[in-house]
Design a binder for this molecule. Sequence first.
Ligand code: C5P
Length: 309
Amino acid sequence: MVPTPITVRVPAKVNLHLAVGDTRADGYHELATVFQALSLTDEVTVRSGEPGIDVHGEGADSVPTGSGNLAWKAVRVLAERCGRDPDAPGVQVSIHKGIPVAGGMAGGSADAAATLFALNALWRLELGRDELADLAGRLGSDVPFALQGGTALGTGRGERLVPVLARHTYHWVIALDRHGLETPDVYRELDRLRQSSAGGNGADGVEPVLEALASGDPRELALLLGNDLQAAAVSLRPGLRRTLRAGVEAGALAGVVSGSGPTCAFLCEDADSAVRVAAELSGAGVCRTVRVAQGPVHGARFAGEDRTD
Ligand code: C5P
């Protein structure tokens, strides 16, 4: 019997708080971050067949379809783990993008997480969450969070996760830029700014953020949004300053560059406010397009399953 295709939906992330520490011996930076999974999602379908990967949806043109795609690395890692030939895994991966490409929302990591989750089912491996998370961490810093979803504190490279209680549903407006930024470039720019002492630590301690999340008051959380990579992203893309200002002028409680950018995320008071902010921001001419999203949502799961937390 040929196994039926399996489709997994996987969320984007925003960093509510991202404190970047020292560079480690392996070249990565030590992080303390609070992730939240948002209702912007990719869908990844795996089926048995000729090995290959195809990508559809917005921004698909700039996503690699060969071995450079993180989802294909996930296929290889899992094939090796279960004794299949990683050069001939006999699986076809289709990605439908809803997460901005190179936008600082971990779209590539999400696809890798979804691929692990889907292949675990297609190949009937029955690997547990911990083992999948371990494989995910080897693929990239943000991959474990895309599996887990919700709201979580991330340390190490960002791959060591502890779930965080967040009772409230938060309403976001997401402003997408015309062109992406490469994550390594943004970290390099932060290092450069710090050497010239212009890129100080913007993000304070994580505890107040966790307290605000427990209280569920978006106004409290808005005061605490912070991202050390923001100065570097703005330095590489000065127009982001205008985007961040425009979101707040449109009525958002606060705005922050998402991860390494250039996507900006605006926290709003409630769902109605988010719709109003999105309409005004899209008319302001400061970004390519805007989206409304909610968080937290679940991590990778089979399409069709309930996605509310
Ligand atoms: O782990 P991932 O492959 O997603 O990271 C992409 C790049 O981002 C790394 O190669 C590195 O340049 C940078 N990075 C970092 N410190 C982290 C996470 C990512 O310097 N904690």
